[in-house]
Write a protein that binds this ligand. Structure first.
Ligand code: NAP
Ligand code: GCO
Length: 263
């Protein structure tokens, strides 16, 4: 019997208050996990409390910036004391800045890389000792199509997500013998607040040009939804994927496989 259950597991989803993280947390709850999440603004925390209450999920939330190493250590210690060892970590928290590279300040570049790459390093480093003690663990890094491809204006984001792909492979390499599986999920273009600017309806009522571009480039012919990521995330968090390690699972409607239709 393949075991997709997360019964009795403790899952920390960083940035899990809306968007992709919240969908993954809902899926984990449905599979039996105890949910913990963090974010770093009060408005998002308030949204998270409301969202989990509406979903009927008794989740525990922390105000914690993923790049605050002391804060992350304190959060993990408190979770381990109050709830239990973290069995599953989803490094979901992330930002993007869409700025042409020659117009981007080094500080702006660093901020994206800090949150999208150093944050997952800090959070993974904090949870791995507990996983080693417990004899197992699952780390899922939310990568991106930009772990494989570049495009205009996302130099910092693509650099960070490319690095996150290799951090995934390195955690696999370094801790696989402790029965820790570290994999990535590479979402395609997903309809969340992060991509809302790319889908804005134009003044003349037409769809955003980038929206039209993505629809044409995606064999599925649509944007993904956070719900499209729920099953893949449960698979990678469950015992069913115990021999899958260092893998980036692209959940992209086929966009990475497709050269595009002749105009
Ligand atoms: P989103 O709607 O912008 O949500 C991002 C979440 O991360 C928010 O809860 C945010 O909380 C949190 N966060 C940001 N910086 C943080 C920090 N320093 N510390 C703690 N929490 C922080 O993003 P999304 O679209 O759901 O994307 C989630 C992940 O998937 C990101 O890593 C993104 O790069 C990746 N991804 C997205 C897509 C897509 O098409 N949407 C595709 C591929 C990959 P605050 O509001 O408090 O900042
Ligand atoms: C962009 C988008 C993408 C998506 C995602 C694709 O500006 O190109 O925001 O980066 O967020 O990462 O996988």
């Amino acid at each position: 019997m393949v075991n997709f259950s997360l019964e009795g597991k403790v899952a920390l989803v960083t940035g899990g208050v809306y968007g992709i993280g919240f969908a993954i947390a809902k899926a984990f709850h449905e599979a039996g996990a105890k949910i913990v999440y963090n974010c770093n603004t009060q408005s998002s925390m308030d949204m998270g409390v409301a969202n989990y209450k509406e979903a009927g999920i008794d989740a525990t939330g922390y105000m914690c910036d993923v790049i605050d190493e002391d804060g992350v250590k304190a959060m993990v210690a408190d979770i381990e004391k109050r709830i239990g060892t973290i069995d599953i970590l989803v490094n979901n928290a992330g930002i993007i800045k869409r700025i042409p590279m020659t117009e981007m300040d080094a500080e702006e570049f660093r901020e994206v890389v800090d949150i999208d790459l150093v944050g997952p390093f800090i959070c993974s480093k904090a949870v791995i000792p507990g996983m080693i003690k417990k004899g197992h663990g699952k780390i899922i890094n939310i990568c991106s199509m930009m772990s494989e491809l570049g495009r205009e204006t996302v130099s910092a984001y693509a650099s960070a997500k490319g690095g996150l792909k290799m951090l995934t492979r390195n955690i696999c390499s370094e801790y696989g013998d402790a029965n820790i599986q570290c994999n990535g999920i590479g979402p395609g273009y997903i309809a969340t607040p992060q991509t809302a600017p790319l889908r804005e309806i134009q003044p003349d009522g037409s769809r955003h040009p980038f929206d039209q571009f993505i629809i044409a480039k995606t064999p599925a012919g649509r944007w993904g939804t956070p719900e499209d990521l729920m099953g893949p995330a449960v698979f990678l968090a469950s015992d069913a994927s115990d021999f899958v390690n260092g893998h980036i699972l692209y959940v992209d409607g086929g966009i990475l496989a497709y050269i595009g239709r002749q105009p």
